[in-house]
Design a protein around this ligand. Structure first.
Ligand code: MG
Length: 222
């Protein structure tokens, strides 16, 4: 599977081509320094691009989702897809399609699903991460929980990516944008160019780093 072949595939999910391309490139750049993490797997659209980047770099992607769908995907809501309903439970279940997608793309040894709420996983997490992609629930509580639970695990020089950034309320929900503003105000990140609604921040070096590692970080540039 190459990036060209991936682009011709149809996915369920809400990700523009140039956003997907950027996820692939960031993962390919980051994954040699440590595992990447995605919060919000849904049916595997972004995991396919992040996963391909990880595989090319010899890394892995952990992808967290409870797979019951986020608020706006529940029955009666704007982004509900009845094909994803589990007839046995009557609830949404996106995990079967996620697994099928990873299997078809031969990414099962690169993309490691974690079926759980992200804050529960974070409480027990110990491995520094080279990239964190936040694209889970879109309420302020959900996005803030994902940000605050995971941000301490991001390596200096690592990427924080946040999807669905809408600076104007008329364009879309404001929770991811609020968290993006919070991250910027923290002074912990350098802002990289926005790709449509995909924000990219780079974790700045910390004071205890050696001069050598700071030079290496600076060399990585954008
Ligand atoms: Mg999204």
């Amino acid at each position: 599977m190459t990036i060209g072949a991936l682009r011709s595939r149809i996915f369920k999910g809400f990700l523009a081509h140039d956003e997907a391309q950027s996820l692939y490139e960031r993962a390919r750049d980051a994954a040699r320094f440590g595992p990447c993490l995605e919060i919000g797997s849904y049916c595997g659209h972004s995991a396919a691009y992040l996963g391909l980047g990880c595989r090319e770099a010899g890394g892995v992607l952990f992808s967290i989702d409870h797979h019951y769908g986020s608020e706006e995907q529940q029955p009666g809501q704007a982004y509900h897809d009845p094909e994803l309903l589990d007839p046995e439970t009557g609830r949404l279940n996106t995990f079967p399609l996620f697994r099928k997608t990873m299997r078809e793309l031969s990414l099962e040894n690169t993309v490691i699903p974690i079926v759980a709420a992200s804050d529960i996983v974070a409480r027990h997490w110990r491995t520094p991460l080279s990239l964190i992609f936040i694209d889970g629930g879109h309420t302020i509580q959900a996005v803030f929980t994902d940000y605050s639970s995971w941000i301490s695990h991001l390596l200096p020089g690592g990427y924080l990516l946040i999807h669905d950034i809408f600076p104007e309320a008329a364009q879309g929900g404001q929770a991811p944008f609020c968290i993006y503003q919070l991250a910027l105000a923290s002074g912990l990140f350098i802002e990289l160019p926005m790709i449509r609604t995909l924000a990219t921040l780079k974790r700045a070096p910390v004071g205890c780093q050696t001069e050598e590692s700071q030079k290496r970080w600076a060399h990585r540039g954008n």
